[in-house]
Design a protein around this ligand. Structure first.
Ligand code: 13P
Length: 297
């Protein structure tokens, strides 16, 4: 199935009262695992790669083109509606390269930039992306991060509904990520969501809303968030953590005698990385059910 434009998928989710998951991949194993989950659940899905944790040297030395081409190759035989996102690039130039590299959805990680700078860069990205059928997301408001056992909110601020509406009008983005209490990279507990703020944002902004920090987002607030305009949840940390735990667990059973060629990168039953892949698939399947996108393909 060819890639589906993200705005079409987000509009369908809004109309039918469910949300899409964007499950962040980092290589072919993780992307295949997400696709396997979506196919098993017969769910539309946003797949893709996140740039924010990757080294600029690698991204700028052909990494973006490698991610685009390898993702497109895996999406070639995909049987469910999918959109392909290059998430949170460090620069405008990287996102523009993503447009040329085969992604049909792009985003700059601009939430810590001064607003005028972010607005100009996002408007330029929209001008480069829309004429070739590529959609753009931006974040307005800035999420705290969780690391080393504590929340870092030094740069964080919640989304202001009026300012968000101005940002959307000035840039022409297709989807707006908002800060309403959600926290990036949070594994220790659940974030507390300000549903009143979300409601005010929905009333002011006419594009579908996205929630980043899906790992720590409280499952009990998912339905309320969807009813208040959220059409996309981003999940990252939980997938990588589950992958790593499963691979480490599998490596403990290594006697030291089996062929390393079977164990590393063989795509056979004995492949350590396949254990991580199965863990991702199970987690994504349960989240697709939580977001209500199962059975909607
Ligand atoms: P988590 O890693 O907290 O799930 O957030 C992922 C994300 O928002 C990617 O954009």
């Amino acid at each position: 199935m060819p890639l589906v434009p993200a705005p079409d998928m987000l509009a369908a989710a809004r109309a039918d009262g469910y949300a899409l998951g964007y499950f962040e991949s980092w290589d072919s194993y993780s992307l295949e695992a997400v696709l396997a989950a979506a196919e098993a659940e017969n769910a539309p899905v946003i797949v893709g790669f996140g740039a924010t944790m990757l080294a600029d040297e690698w991204l700028d030395a052909g990494g973006i083109e490698f991610l685009g081409a390898s993702g497109r190759a895996l999406l070639e035989g995909c049987r469910i509606p999918a959109s392909f996102l290059l998430n949170e690039t460090h620069t405008l130039e990287q996102a523009v390269r993503g447009v040329a590299a085969g992604f049909n959805f792009v985003m700059i990680d601009s939430h810590r930039w001064p607003v005028p700078e972010a607005r100009d860069a996002v408007a330029k990205l929209v001008a480069a992306a829309h004429p070739v059928g590529v959609a753009v997301e931006a974040e307005f408001g800035s999420l705290p991060d969780y690391h080393d056992g504590a929340v870092d909110d030094s740069h964080a601020y919640m989304t202001d509904p009026g300012a968000a509406a101005e940002f959307v009008a000035a840039t022409g983005v297709d989807c707006l990520a908002v800060a309403v209490g959600n926290v990036h990279l949070l594994t220790a507990y659940e974030s507390e969501i300000d549903l009143e703020r979300l409601q005010a944002i929905q009333a002011a902004v006419d594009v579908p809303l996205a929630i980043h920090g899906g790992t720590g987002f409280p499952p009990a607030s998912v339905a309320a968030a969807i009813s208040l305009g959220v059409a996309k949840f981003n999940v990252g940390t939980r997938l990588k953590r589950g992958f790593l735990d499963a691979v480490l667990d599998r490596t403990r059973s290594w006697s030291g005698n089996e062929s390393v060629h079977d164990l590393v990168g063989s795509h056979k039953q004995a492949d350590f990385l396949a254990a991580g892949q199965s863990a991702i698939t199970e987690t994504v399947r349960s989240l697709l059910r939580l977001y209500g996108s199962s059975g909607r393909a």
